[in-house]
Design a protein around this ligand. Structure first.
Ligand SMILES: Cc1cc2nc3c(=O)[nH]c(=O)nc-3n(C[C@H](O)[C@H](O)[C@H](O)COP(=O)(O)OP(=O)(O)OC[C@H]3O[C@@H](n4cnc5c(N)ncnc54)[C@H](O)[C@@H]3O)c2cc1C
Length: 396
């Protein structure tokens, strides 16, 4: 592998200075160019899981990127993390999904778990020994998470869980998930009856089916089935029932910053490919970049990239300062994901017929980018979150 793992080994366990961060980002750049970009097109088209990248991600420490150093993580700020995600997404967005929802699971345990849970689980998550993600969505409930039907019933020192989850990233290759259930299906308001468990695969916890997708290929999205799955009571995050909805939603701020960073990466990739192609492709005796109609597209695309990057930086900086940032993370996620969709479509137009060809990457950007508008709360919901916060911050 081309990345210098030594760089990362020497850096982990330190407080991150600007130089340390720059060295880490250099390592990521070398890894992306040496290992990720060269396989992206082939693996995406074959919908093949990038096993080798997972091992390299472990060496790079990515499975503990945002987890505290006391628990074996790199302890990176959200802003440094966002820059890592953007760099990978510029080459291939899908592999960022291998560690993103995994890190949100870890963040839930770190922020809301008991000290015993932090000590037990976080080092195993950070090393990549246990990998997984978030199991929230069900066939009947995605946006309306409080409508889930998976139920956990207490039985002595255990809970017995029954239900089905769907669209779960890392569902096949992962082994441990932050699992949202109802512990009191009759509770009103509904969120008071919800709890989050750290659920390892075992008897009663099986993978239903792998889901086929428009884009975001190579990464497993699967149905998870729970049939009389018994889980020790000490796996209940925080140790008390009824807080699961807050725990799950609390972890989504980091998730939204990650989606925003993925959007910036995709939008920038579409721009840079277009800038290059527009100078190579000639029509009517000159490069298409000399035609004003193409310049207008490039101008808009570049402006979107920079605006999306600035919003992402603003959200990450607030998150790092420990400030409330649901509005800022929502704005960054909303704008950057729409920028990725718009830029990838514009790139497709700039490439003309070749944009439609699988021999160029723009068709992949075009298939991958809409997911950014759906994941971690749809963009319709982001607009509502932004508006609510706005009204709360500016009461009459
Ligand atoms: C590739 C992929 C990976 C995923 N990975 C995961 C994962 O790892 N873990 C996980 O738990 N989930 C995952 N999901 C699920 C994802 O989070 C949900 O698809 C998403 O939350 C939307 O839920 P839904 O699909 O049920 O849509 P619905 O909730 O049915 O929404 C349908 C439409 O109605 C709109 N809508 C809904 N309610 C309102 C409202 N009140 N006001 C206005 N508009 C509204 C929505 O914005 C959307 O446009 C993944 C999905 C995909 C496609």
């Amino acid at each position: 592998m081309t990345v210098s793992e030594q760089d990362v080994d020497t850096l982990a366990g330190q407080t991150w200075s600007e130089e340390d961060e720059a060295a880490l980002l250099d390592s990521i750049d070398r890894w992306v160019e040496g290992e990720v970009r060269p396989i992206a097109r082939e693996f995406d088209q074959a919908d093949r899981y990038p096993e080798a990248l997972v091992e390299q991600m472990k060496e790079l420490g990515l499975f503990g990127a945002t987890t505290g150093q006391a628990y074996g993580g790199l302890g990176l700020s959200a802003w440094t993390y966002a820059r890592i995600v953007e760099r990978i997404a510029r080459a291939w967005m899908a592999p960022t999904g291998i560690f993103n929802s995994h890190l949100i699971m870890a963040a839930c345990v770190e922020r809301f778990g008991t000290e015993a849970q932090r000590e037990t689980w976080l080092p195993r998550f950070a090393s990549g020994e246990l990998r997984g993600g978030l199991a929230l969505t069900e066939p009947n409930a995605g946006t309306d998470l409080q409508g889930i039907r998976t139920v956990a019933v207490r039985d002595g020192d255990e809970y017995v869980i029954n239900g089905t989850k769907t669209w779960i990233s890392n569902g096949i290759h992962g082994s441990c998930f932050a699992l949202l259930v109802k512990t009191d299906p009759e509770a009103e308001p509904r969120h008071r009856g919800m709890s989050l468990f750290i659920a390892e695969k075992g008897p009663g916890f099986t993978v239903g089916k792998k889901l086929k997708k428009l884009g975001y290929r190579s990464i497993d999205s699967a149905e998870l089935v729970f049939e009389d799955y018994r889980i020790p009571a000490d796996r209940l995050v925080g140790g008390s029932e009824g807080r699961g909805f807050q725990h799950a939603v609390g972890g989504l701020e980091l998730g939204r910053i990650n989606i925003a960073a993925r959007g910036v990466g995709l939008a920038r990739a579409a721009l840079l490919d277009s800038v290059r192609y527009a100078q190579e492709r000639k029509t009517f005796g000159k490069p298409i970049a000399k035609h004003q109609a193409i310049q207008l597209k490039l101008g808009d695309m570049a402006t979107r990239v920079e605006a999306a990057a600035l919003l992402t930086r603003q959200a990450a900086t607030k998150y790092d300062a420990g400030e409330r940032c649901d509005m800022e993370a929502g704005m960054a996620k909303l704008y950057a994901s729409e920028a990725a969709v718009k830029n990838s479509l514009e790139a497709l137009r700039i490439f003309g017929g070749y944009g439609y060809s699988v021999e160029f990457d723009v068709e992949r950007y075009y298939r991958d980018s809409p997911l950014m508008c759906i994941g971690e709360g749809t963009n319709e919901i982001q607009r509502m979150i932004i508006a609510r916060q706005l009204l709360e911050r500016h009461p009459l």
